[in-house]
Design a protein around this ligand. Structure first.
Ligand SMILES: [Zn+2]
Length: 150
């Protein structure tokens, strides 16, 4: 099986029965880890840059759920599409999109999310709701993200 690893998976490790598989990540993940201690040796992980068409597919899904994912997060999901792999991550944003696209994920550290959700942003000071990240138009407080109740 192909396992796509994000930084959290390389730092914290993955279930031991999976470690024999092909381990893949994006070069940006390796950059993110930098000098931090990691459980999975970097030499053990293949570094691949995902093809553009897979990145585009992931971006389309992100627009639908209004997730805010980093460039690296998007690459991880794109690699899972390209290599038909599963994603090892503790990032709820990645898990959310993966689930939506039909990619399996292996939760690292925490228990994974059970269903797909949408985000909403709100002002922690005056509680106004917003559709995206930024600053509250009324009081200037930095907006926070939470799961939107459907
Ligand atoms: Zn406000």
């Amino acid at each position: 099986m192909n396992i796509i690893l994000d930084a959290s998976a390389i730092i914290n490790g993955i279930p031991i029965n999976l470690i024999k598989g092909r381990l893949i990540t994006s070069p940006n993940v390796i950059d993110e880890i930098g000098k931090r201690a990691n459980v999975i040796p970097i030499e053990r992980v293949e570094q691949r840059i995902p093809k553009e068409r897979f990145i585009e597919k992931v971006k389309k899904e992100i627009l639908k759920t209004r997730d805010t994912l980093s460039k690296t997060d998007i690459e991880i999901i794109a690699l899972a599409l390209e290599f038909k792999g599963e994603i090892a991550t503790d990032d709820y944003g990645i898990q959310n999109i993966a689930k939506k696209i039909g990619i399996n994920f292996i939760p690292v550290g925490e228990v994974g999310i059970k269903k797909v959700f949408e985000w909403e942003w709100y002002c922690p000071a005056c509680f106004r709701k917003y559709k995206g990240p930024g600053i509250c138009e009324v009081c200037g407080t930095k907006l926070k993200r939470r799961v939107k109740k459907s």
